[in-house]
Ligand binder design. Structure first.
Ligand code: ADP
Ligand code: ZN
Ligand code: ZN
Length: 738
């Protein structure tokens, strides 16, 4: 019988598996798919994941190398997760090895054992007593024993110092046989009789209807779109569904946008449940991530909460998946493996046969389309749960009105009135920095980025010009670099300028700025929100960081300084994003006694989409936008894939894309595919970025299947195109920005 061949996925961009022989002394037939092996690769070593064992290899027998070492007797990755990764790799046309690299915790990729950490626990010995005569003259040992005795499940070694237990005393106690050590996993596997640490809120009618509908779908795959206005109590619905999941002995996975994972959200889950919660987000270190991953895999974590990549957390007893703020763009990864965690979550729910809930106040048009076509059940919640009133919208035409740091006179009056009434104001402007451009009044010089086709933003505080696209920064010049004149003027307004101006206009109230420049640290954010929660008059000014997650019950006026960008952008998704942002920002405001007011400044105040949104609400807007997309044949009524390329020399990227385009046309004929259009290649909307010239080729298909068939064949050809060597290229399936 020939040697069995191990087919491995390696962390390489190449879309293929690599064949090896089993390591010395290991029988290939005993290996499980998912096991990791260390293998030689060129002059390096790599860690690969076994995908299958085969009898056959295309590699000549004398070229096959044995793997160096088997890292796992038991595959660290359960079959369900391997299957999800395989689906992902195929759908996004990404190499399986690289997909696994994105999906697995870093330490597993590096070969760390896939075992939960064992921890030493200190327990009181069976017959030990505090009044043991041997302790009469050893008060420290007695204290230590007392503390240990208070913890019937034992004290984890790492908590000793926190509990002020002296290690030497403990040692002596052990020698006397008064304490003992038990080695076990960190999270105790005990089950709870009562999962609730805090009583639940009695649900209102809408919440009850939604909860019951979803509960009826428990036990198998069912997808729900929970479309509930901000404050309608979606989170309470999630919490009660999770409790039922836990009671059924199952685990729940909750995905949250990056920016929402503030302490507020987490605290709500922790306060509610006697449950083991595993956290997976970008601030979690590698070891914690691995521990959380293992705890979820082994069924020791009951609730898994995390951002985008937590989607790839294995679960022993999956019961429910929740995607909060499903419309949020942070669910789409924009580099490497360009997956959409929301879309993959639906696939996963289907594969693992569990229900999934997509929640949002402003559902994506894709999800609404899925609801309309019956793939998702739509559940609406239109009332604010706490009894607060929805805000009123006011469109403010700023054509030919003077703007002072982006604010028109009527808006300034509205701010004055609100503050005078002892209330808070939120000023929203999705542009950080002082001003988007510096202009020479003499010769017209503009602060262009030397590496991008973009202007550099003026940052007044740091006296810098900064490019928000490539990170390039330089000192703000005091004279024009072109004509040496000193009359340089910042043009337009960003949050920094609005803040500065508001401080001058309203010297008696605090002005708090929230954007990436001001709140890179968590504590700063917390201090800020405490100030706001105290309720005194103040002005919050910031970017979309303000639009997410937090509720400001004392804010009664929301000012949106510039809604124009969303109305005449080249990107067909811009209006959807603008509408979501406006509704989300508006949702921060208002309380029971005092409805909020939202003022939207625009040069296009009568734009039909804006009118629809402000007068009839998000869902009317979405219907209108969807019918425009249908008429134009845009997603979700067609399927897109975008091939991007960039190179150091102009023309190189287009050259590659031209060839790619020819290959695709040829394949269309060979494979006899129809309903697919190739658009381009064209220069990217910002052609030069960070010194590279960028171009793109768009593929548009009426149906998904033929498009994906083409992609699968095409990418294998692209890997071998010589012109591809000089460019950096990537494919984006279902791109969300074009
Ligand atoms: P959403 O997630 O839809 O924005 P939340 O779940 O955060 O809404 O609820 C908004 C506010 O209403 C919270 O302060 C919450 O405690 C409160 N709330 C939610 N459900 C109820 C209820 N059934 N009865 C009373 N208050 C509720
Ligand atoms: Zn000049
Ligand atoms: Zn730049």
């Amino acid at each position: 019988m020939p040697d069995a061949i191990l087919r491995l996925a390696l962390p390489s961009p190449l879309r293929r598996l690599f064949d090896y022989l089993a390591p010395e002394g290991v029988s290939a037939r005993d290996l499980q798919p998912g096991a990791r092996l260390r293998v030689p690769f060129g002059r390096r070593e790599m860690i690969g994941v076994l995908v299958e064992v085969s009898d056959h290899s295309d590699v000549p027998a004398d070229k096959l190398k044995p793997a160096l070492q088997l890292l796992d007797l038991q595959a660290p990755m359960p079959p369900a997760l391997l299957r999800l990764c395989q689906w992902t790799a195929q759908y996004y046309q990404h190499s399986l090895g690289d997909t696994l690299s994105w999906a697995l915790p870093v330490l597993l990729r590096q070969g760390e054992p896939a075992e939960a950490r064992q921890e030493r626990f200190w327990l009181i010995a069976k017959d030990a007593h505090l009044d043991d005569p041997r302790l009469a003259r050893a008060p420290r040992q007695r204290d230590a024993l007392k503390t240990i005795a208070q913890h019937p499940h034992g004290v984890a070694h790492q908590l000793l110092s926190q509990l002020q237990i002296n290690r030497d005393s403990l040692q002596l106690l052990q020698e006397k046989g008064l304490v003992r050590v038990e080695v076990r996993r960190l999270s105790s596997p005990e089950r709870h009789a009562n999962w609730l640490a805090q009583p639940e809120l009695p649900l209102n009618t809408e919440q009850r209807a939604a909860t019951e509908a979803i509960r009826a779908g428990f036990g198998s795959f069912n997808a729900f779109l929970l479309a509930g206005v901000t404050g309608s109590g979606k989170t309470e619905v999630y919490l009660q569904l999770i409790r039922e999941t836990l009671e059924a002995g199952k685990q729940a996975l909750v995905l949250i946008p990056e920016i929402n994972l503030g302490p507020q959200t987490l605290a709500r889950f922790e306060r509610r449940f006697n449950a083991r919660i595993a956290l997976l987000h970008s601030a979690v270190n590698d070891r914690e991530r691995l521990d959380a991953w293992l705890a979820a895999r082994d069924g020791e974590a009951d609730i898994i909460i995390g951002t985008r990549s937590a989607l790839f957390t294995p679960m022993k007893r999956p019961g429910l998946i929740i995607i909060d703020e499903e419309h949020d763009a942070s669910y789409k990864q924009q580099e490497g493996l360009r997956y959409h965690a929301r879309d993959l979550a639906v696939v996963r729910a289907h594969q693992e046969n569990v229900p999934i809930v997509l929640g949002s106040a402003t559902p994506s048009l894709e999800s609404l389309h899925n609801a309309h076509s019956g793939r998702y059940a739509m559940l609406r919640m239109n009332q604010r749960a706490g009894g607060a009133h929805p805000p009123r919208f006011l469109r403010l035409d700023i054509k030919s009105r003077p703007l002072d740091a982006g604010m028109s006179p009527p808006l300034q009056q509205a701010i004055t009135q609100t503050l005078a009434a002892g209330q808070q104001v939120l000023v929203f402007l999705n542009r950080r920095g002082f001003a988007p451009t510096l202009l020479c009044h003499e010769c017209g010089w503009l602060s262009e980025c030397p590496r991008c086709d973009a202007r550099m933003t003026v940052h007044q505080r740091s006296r810098e010009l900064r490019c928000h696209h490539c990170g390039h920064a330089e000192r703000q010049p005091s004279n024009c670099p072109s004509c040496n004149n000193v009359d340089l003027r910042p043009v337009g307004a960003g949050t920094e300028r609005a803040e500065e101006r508001l401080e001058i206009l309203f010297p008696d109230v605090p002005v708090l700025r929230v954007d990436r420049d001001s709140t890179s640290r968590k504590e700063a954010m917390t201090t800020l929100f405490n100030t706001v929660q105290r309720g005194e008059p103040c002005i919050l000014v910031g970017t979309q960081m303000l639009a997410k997650g937090h509720h400001f019950p004392r804010v009664t006026l929301v000012a949106i300084l510039d809604a124009d960008g969303g109305l005449f952008s080249a990107d067909f998704r811009a209006s959807e994003r603008m509408a979501q942002l406006i509704v989300q920002v508006a949702g921060r405001a208002g309380r029971a006694e005092e409805p909020g007011k939202v003022i939207i400044q625009s040069h296009l105040a009568d734009h039909p989409l804006l009118v629809q949104l402000t007068e009839q609400g998000y869902f009317a807007f979405a219907d209108q936008a969807l019918s425009e997309r249908r008429a134009a044949g845009l997603p979700p009524f067609c399927h897109l894939a975008l091939l991007r390329a960039e190179a150091h020399k102009p023309g190189q990227a287009e050259g590659f894309l031209d060839e790619a385009c020819n290959e695709a046309e040829q394949l269309l004929g060979e494979l006899n595919l129809s309903g697919i259009e190739l658009l381009g290649p064209v220069p990217a909307p910002m052609e030069r970025r960070a010194g590279r010239y960028r171009a793109q080729l768009l593929l548009q298909g009426n149906a998904r299947a033929p498009l994906h068939k083409l992609l699968a064949h095409w990418l294998l050809m692209l890997e071998n195109l010589p012109s591809g060597r000089a460019v950096r290229w990537s494919l984006d399936v279902d791109p969300i920005d074009l």
